[in-house]
Design a protein. Structure first.
Length: 323
């Protein structure tokens, strides 16, 4: 039934021969496979894959049986040449990594480059990505885009230097940074993050899309203790979103008419909630979510309220927080 639905959904689409199909596969939940991926995997002449055992199991669960070609980081250049020869003979070949979208953190880039260099077509099939999945749940409202960092060096000094470079990069400070880590190294990464970036907020995503998926946001300084509190928190594959660093609060010497861009980015959300919550409560809520200073948010809310409230009535609250 699944293959029939996939065939119906892709009816009329062109799937040319002599082409490489780069297919995203689930990162943990089989239900995340796309109908287009199922149809293409059933159509191709062979499936090149990072690990034949992993991909063979996936195809079996989909009721598909295809010749498998091993193509991983250690043989990619040699195996890519073989794939090119088969494509030149008119075959359709799919490439899948063990999980997610190929050629991001997993092999595939050299294969794609070789196929393109030979003048052959590459057709990407979008699907599951742990990077985008984590970003969608991080809620980093201050971020101006994101940067994929992936796995840092397992060496202590190199790992620390990489984090220091991120902190020193002005552009990186305005972006979400997405890191990967394995369970046996997560504690070492946590210690480095706490040391180098103690005040930065992190969203820790563990076992995304799987049965024991968990997401938690906290300050980097608190990550080692959070991991130590429960052994289960140190199990599984990790995606960490390092939130953008909030802009510093404006001082009295700053131009009073200028609006901090990080605060201005929250305006649509703040305007929508203004009629629903008292200013102090809304400022506290926004500070907890965005990481922006409460005083600065309260001042911005007063300005927005003045814009929306032509009669200039106050809500009766004072402007101090007693910090």
């Amino acid at each position: 039934m699944l293959r029939q639905a996939a065939a119906a959904a892709t009816a009329g689409q062109q799937l040319p021969a002599g082409s490489l199909y780069v297919v995203a596969t689930p990162i943990g939940n089989l239900a995340d496979i796309t109908l287009r991926a199922v149809h293409v995997l059933g159509l191709v002449d062979a499936v090149a894959c990072e690990d034949t055992r992993v991909s063979g199991g996936l195809l079996q669960r989909l009721g598909l049986h295809k010749p498998l070609l091993s193509l991983h980081e250690h043989n990619e250049e040699r195996a890519a040449a073989q794939v090119v020869m088969r494509l030149q003979a008119g075959e359709r070949i799919a490439y899948v990594s063990d999980a997610g979208t190929p050629a991001v953190s997993d092999p595939g880039a050299r294969l794609v480059a070789a196929v393109r260099a030979a003048g052959l077509r590459v057709l990407p099939l979008p699907g599951a990505s742990s990077v985008v999945t984590a970003l969608s749940a991080a809620g980093d409202v201050a971020a101006e885009g994101f940067r994929f960092v992936g796995f840092l060096s397992p060496k202590t000094l190199a790992r620390r230097q990489a984090l220091q470079a991120l902190q020193a990069d002005a552009a990186a400070l305005r972006q979400s940074q997405v890191l990967f880590e394995a369970p046996h190294r997560i504690e070492a990464l946590a210690e480095a993050l706490a040391e180098v970036l103690p005040t930065r907020r992190l969203t820790v995503c563990r076992e995304l899309t799987k049965q024991f998926e968990s997401l938690h946001t906290l300050a980097a300084a608190d990550l080692p203790a959070w991991l130590a509190a429960d052994a289960d928190r140190r199990r599984g594959e990790f995606v960490l979103v390092l939130h953008a660093q909030p802009a510093p609060a404006r001082t009295a010497s700053d131009d009073e008419t200028a609006v901090d861009p990080a605060l201005a980015a929250l305006d649509p959300w703040l305007r929508a909630l203004l009629p629903m919550l008292p200013l102090k409560q809304l400022a506290a809520l926004a500070a907890g979510i965005s990481g922006q200073p409460r005083n600065a948010l309260y001042t911005r809310l007063l300005a927005l309220k003045a814009e929306l409230d032509d009669d200039g009535d106050d809500d009766g609250e004072d402007s101090g927080f007693g910090d």
